[in-house]
Write a protein that binds this ligand. Structure first.
Ligand code: SAM
Length: 223
């Protein structure tokens, strides 16, 4: 049986269900949240880094003059993979938006690298922490006719147990992670042994342990 057929069969037989997050009714998206972060951390002078820019939908909407965008395929300012960017980078950032390769271990590296280059008052945001169903988070991606969060949710679960970091997931736009350092002595647990092969049923199991918050609550936190 080919990969696609076996996945469809799994969905058909699944008792995992799916979640109707009602994203279109939330009234805000990642662009609104990122611009709030930028306005609180230097405004037009904010040092902004975006990992994964694609068509520059977010990148061109960020109201700062100091922007770096990293993407090996399209958009941004640096045509390269995030690992290569961080290998040479020396700049510090006020806001980082992580939205590159949506694979748990890559997004984990992006988060740890970003923390190293984050100013003390800075923020890191992430896209796609809340999948709606098995297919949306399936690794590798199957088909293009629906949104794909990848398995970034595994990192979200680790960040929810991190020390020295404040972490929330804002319930907008397929789940926007929001994080800042509260100590320079931070640590993120490595749960890869139990998470690497996990699927949507595990996400449903851990969902009530994730620190979800509304857009309003996130704005209060940022203020
Ligand atoms: C979902 S899109 C980004 C959308 C954009 N952030 C926005 O909100 O408008 C993901 C992008 O990540 C890029 N990407 C894939 N692997 C990457 C990597 N290793 N480093 C940086 N970007 C990567 C892809 O080329 C793609 O353009």
């Amino acid at each position: 049986m080919d990969l696609k057929r076996s996945i469809y069969k799994k969905i058909y037989n699944s008792k995992d269900g799916s979640i109707d997050w009602k994203w279109s009714e939330k009234g805000f998206n990642r662009i609104a949240l990122v611009n709030k972060l930028v306005s609180k951390t230097g405004g037009l002078n904010c040092n902004y880094l975006e990992i994964g820019c694609d068509q520059n939908e977010l990148f061109h909407s960020v109201a700062s003059y100091n922007k770096i965008g990293v993407d090996p395929a399209s958009g941004g300012t640096h045509k390269m993979a995030s690992d290569d960017f961080f290998e040479k980078n020396t700049k510090k950032f006020d806001v980082v938006f992580i939205d590159g390769l949506h694979e748990y271990q890559q997004v984990r590296r992006d988060a740890l690298n970003s923390l190293k280059y984050l100013n003390d008052e800075g923020w890191i945001a992430f896209h796609d922490f809340l999948p709606a169903n098995y297919l949306e988070q399936h690794m590798p991606r199957v088909g293009k006719g629906w949104p794909w969060t990848g398995d970034c949710w595994k990192l979200a679960y680790e960040l929810s147990q991190a020390e020295g970091l404040e972490f929330k997931i804002v319930e907008i736009d397929r789940g926007v992670g929001l994080m800042r350092k509260i100590s320079n002595d931070y640590s993120v647990p490595d749960l890869s042994e139990s998470l690497l092969k996990s699927e949507f049923d595990k996400f449903l199991e851990i969902l009530d342990k994730l620190p979800l918050c509304s857009f309003d609550e996130a704005i209060k936190l940022i203020d």
